[in-house]
Ligand binder design. Sequence first.
Ligand code: 6PG
Length: 238
Amino acid sequence: MEGESAERNIFVREPPELYALAAKWIRGAINNGINRGHCAIALSGGSTPGPVYELLAKPPLSEQVDWSKVDLYFADERCVAPGHAQSNYAMIRRTLLSQVPIPAEQVHRIEAERSDVMEAVSAYGRILPAELDVLVLGVGADGHTASIFPGSEAEREMRRRVVWVEKSPKPPPCRVTITPPVIGTARQIVVIATGAEKAQVVARTLDGPETPLEFPIQLAKRGAWFLDSAAAALLKKG
Ligand code: 6PG
């Protein structure tokens, strides 16, 4: 598949153009939130979105957002210290938060490093807004998104909005994640995926039958999808 399918909100480009397009889309989604008064955005970690956050953190895009009207949340966090190489907060701080004038009290970290991780789950559940304006998600080749893995309790969670993941198949095993209801109520969702190893899950999610218990990323099917041609390679045309 090439180019873009506006109807399905699928955008296919090669990096770095892909990253620039996704960053602009996120800027627009943040400003839609601000136009309603304030923007609550939650970001994912992983390795894919870093270059997109870096573009959002630099002019011109960084100057097109009133960061004093943004509250920033996290889709999931690994149970490591906030400075750890595997911390999603550390990656997002390095690529975005340290570069833009967002007030520190408007950055709402998941404190997954706490010795009692359930305390971190409850604390985050209390601060996460009922409805996110923008949610940025990644996808794993197994169909997970945030830290909602196929076959896990998190994917069956319909009431609690934040849960502990004890045995994540993707290391590290201990994580805290948002749940399906949070994805379900987000106003705007963006999914960014690159690489041939994501091609099957992307095609299965967007073209296949609805089986979110097998592929939790299907919860984000209605989002805007930013793909490189390798990740989009198995999609049906149109
Ligand atoms: C995490 C994530 C996770 C990630 C996907 C894709 O903390 O691991 O939030 O859901 O987005 O696994 O990860 P990559 O971008 O590294 O492929």
